[in-house]
Design a protein around this ligand. Structure first.
Ligand SMILES: *Cc1c(COP(=O)(O)O)cnc(C)c1O
Length: 277
């Protein structure tokens, strides 16, 4: 069931845009200094499968989508070795469908124990087990804006054992202790548009880093999680990844330590309004 092909002009445009972003990612990575190369996720929400296929043929594998139905449809018709990232608001009634997509690489927007349980129970009940656990990122609302989802950020003091650590610590501990089909991979933020254009360094990205430090400190104090936390810190540099940076701020995000940038419109072009898709 091959998807419709992009015109040669469109394919060339996409590859050209992608290469320009890759160059900027590489420059920012060099400027930042040592550490793993950040992953570039191409955000393709509201864009046709033919666009994704064209980028796939250029060797790109990591794509991000925001709407469960749209992701499900695209995953069915596009190649099986695409690594999909779900980056939309996560409702627990959509977890079952998402967890059933065999090549879903990551859910970047986890914010509740309930959703973690739904993902885990679906994965545990699949007729064929996934070869690897599903990566999850906990979304943090670093800007505190009401319309953004995500758990509150942690400050260096708020996560101490005596302070209880808060919701992020509880969710992370739950994933580590109770959800073996999930792999706690990192933290994710969107951040406020204001700070991405005006403030340097970007305070949202600093808050995500602080949250990671505080979260790891709180988890290390939990005797029951000792083995799991050691594994986390052994498996990846920094213990947890930071998913931060979009079209207008990914360069700065990388300079501030992002390991996963999500770039849409500067590769794919402007998106149509959602209801017309
Ligand atoms: C749409 C979206 C992006 C991509 O945004 P651009 O500004 O188009 O690069 C990244 N992350 C999330 C969570 C998004 O919803």
């Amino acid at each position: 069931m091959p998807v419709e092909r992009a015109t040669p002009e469109r394919a060339e445009e996409l590859v050209h845009n992608y290469q320009q972003i890759v160059t900027q990612v590489e420059q920012a990575t060099q400027k930042r200094g040592p550490g793993p190369k950040p992953r570039l996720v191409v955000v393709t929400k509201l864009k046709p499968s033919s666009d994704i296929q064209a980028l796939y043929e250029h060797g790109i594998r990591h794509f991000g989508e925001n709407y469960p139905q749209e992701l499900e449809g695209k995953a069915k018709e596009l190649p099986e070795d695409i690594a999909w990232h779900y980056i939309g608001t996560l409702q627990s009634n959509k977890c079952k469908m998402l967890a059933s997509i065999p090549n879903l690489f990551a859910v970047e927007t986890l914010t509740s124990v309930k959703a973690a349980n739904q993902l885990h129970s679906t994965l545990a009940a699949l007729p064929t087990r996934r070869p690897a656990p599903l990566n999850v990122f906990i979304q943090i609302n670093t800007s505190g804006e009401e319309q953004k989802s995500g758990l509150p950020a942690l400050s260096p003091s708020s996560a101490s054992a005596s302070a209880g650590g808060g919701e992020v610590v509880d969710l992370a501990a739950h994933i580590l202790a109770k959800c073996p089909t999930l792999r706690l991979r990192g933290l994710m933020t969107i951040g406020s548009l204001d700070s991405s254009v005006s403030a340097h360094p970007n305070p949202d990205f600093e808050r995500l880093k602080e949250t990671r430090t505080a979260l790891l400190a709180a988890l290390r104090e939990r005797a029951d999680l000792k083995a799991a936390v050691e594994e986390l810190e052994r498996d990846q540099e920094g213990g947890l990844e930071l998913s931060m940076g979009m079209s207008n701020d990914f360069v700065e995000a990388i300079e501030q330590g992002s390991t996963n940038v999500r770039v849409g419109s500067s590769i794919m072009g402007a998106r149509p309004p959602r209801h017309s898709s």
